[in-house]
Write a protein that binds this ligand. Structure first.
Ligand code: FMN
Ligand code: 173
Length: 404
């Protein structure tokens, strides 16, 4: 049996560097990654991914929330059989790491969604495809091959279109439906506003809609021309469906249940009462998330609400987490506070922007290696052992200064 594990990536880096002079093309330092991406990406696409809502207070709170928790390591424990696999919705996953749904991946690298989905398959991380993708559902499914894939729905206003997306996702092997609730309209995002940067208005990130037979037919009937003849008009029509026309309601979830027979997960939950509502309406899980601080600025740090949500619904539904995860230790902290798995967004996109598929792969392998090594050093052998006994809340004034 091979003794390869996620931690082997560390010796691989040292080996390649020392023996062959080959260094990683993406920094392994989470504090330097954003700066490296800034240099690699164009100004507007960098601002789009790195940016947040308002004065970025919630982005800061997300990081600060992680800093408040400290691990308390245990010694002289055997790490034989160390295992970071998890079970989610009855399926086994190699690790508790999930690729967050990120729109418009084509503005960061030509490898875009299809390349990233392929990388996810290679590293055993489930890929959540965004409705705001620059590739079609079918293209991503082909690229993802045997990889596990979930579909993130920006929920259209028109039920016929919603139904069509659900059918396509199901036919393409997406197993879990992730319904994002916190982005029914785009927040005030100064970094994009100052450049008047919206890729979608020119059709970039509308590929799921433009390739949808039901949306196409409706648009053509209404506009009297094809999508290709009026990209701006079609983009506006698509945005009107998915991101600019008012929130849905709890009662409407019945429509999704009627037409989706797999697990349904609500993304963007921060209030414990909403987590209870998700349970009441039959959802299988929630993603405790504030969209990485890109939506409601001034909203509470996502990790700050995780424990109370886990306490309220954690024994009855799957609680997932995102917003601000940057290191393997962050993953341990979220797991210790009760998340079953975590989603990571920006770091992987920085890797993609810096060196395409190769860059994104390095970020995943780095996060997984850091998780593996850090669990070992903390004396935590499995994800199940990662509970509140390994962690303590300690606030230091200096934590604010030390944030990434
Ligand atoms: C550039 C970008 C685009 C995003 N697009 C989507 C999206 O289409 N759908 C969605 O549910 N979340 C989207 N998100 C939010 C992520 O899924 C996730 O909640 C967030 O990035 C987590 O925070 P992190 O970046 O600190 O890891 C996007 C995030 C970024 C950075
Ligand atoms: O930018 C985002 O955070 C996001 O979720 C989004 C929203 C609409 C279209 C594309 C991405």
């Amino acid at each position: 049996m091979s003794d390869e594990n996620f931690g082997s990536y560390q010796s691989e880096i040292y080996g390649k560097g020392a023996l062959m002079g080959i260094l990683p093309s993406v920094t392994t330092d989470p504090r330097l990654l954003e700066e490296q991406a800034r240099k690699a990406l164009g100004e507007r696409s960098f601002n789009y991914v790195a940016g947040g809502a308002g004065e970025k207070a919630t982005m800061d709170s997300n990081r600060l929330a992680f800093r408040q928790w400290k691990l308390i390591p245990r010694m002289l424990r055997s790490m034989d059989g160390q295992d970071v696999s998890v079970e989610l919705f009855g399926q086994k996953y190699d690790s508790p790491l999930i690729m967050a749904p990120v729109g418009v991946q084509g503005i960061f690298h030509e490898d875009k969604e299809t390349g990233l989905a392929q990388v996810c398959e290679e590293v055993g991380v489930p890929y959540i495809m965004s409705t705001a993708a620059t590739s079609t559902i079918e293209e991503v499914a082909t690229a993802s091959g045997d990889g596990k894939r979930w579909y993130q729905l920006y929920w259209p206003q028109d039920n016929d279109i919603t139904l069509s997306l659900l059918k396509r996702a199901k036919a393409s092997g997406f197993s879990v439906l992730v319904v994002t609730l916190d982005t029914w309209s785009l927040a005030w995002r100064p970094a994009d506003l100052d450049n008047a940067y919206v890729p979608f208005l020119k059709g970039v990130g509308c590929q799921v809609g433009f390739s949808d037979p039901v949306f196409r037919e409706k648009f053509e009937k209404e506009a009297g021309c094809t999508i290709e003849e009026d990209i701006v008009g079609a983009s506006r029509a698509w945005l009107g469906q998915v991101a600019a026309s008012g929130p849905h309601t709890w009662e409407e979830l019945a429509f999704l249940w009627k037409h989706w027979d797999g697990p349904i997960v609500l993304k963007g939950i921060q209030h414990v009462e909403d987590a209870k509502m998700a349970l009441k309406y039959g959802c299988n899980g929630v993603v405790v998330s504030n969209h990485g601080g890109r939506q409601l600025d001034g909203a509470i740090g996502s990790l700050d609400v995780l424990p109370e949500i886990v306490d309220a619904v954690g024994d009855q539904m799957t609680v997932l987490f995102d917003s601000g995860v940057r290191t393997g230790v962050d993953i341990i902290k979220a797991l210790a506070l009760g998340a079953k798995a975590v989603l990571v967004g920006r770091p992987v996109i920085y890797g993609l922007g810096i060196d395409g598929r190769n860059g994104a792969k390095q970020v995943f392998k780095g996060l997984l290696a850091d998780l593996w090594q850090s669990m070992g050093l903390a004396g935590i052998r499995t994800v199940a052992e990662c509970d509140r006994t390994v962690i303590r809340r300690v606030q230091h004034a200096g934590d604010v200064k030390a944030m990434m």
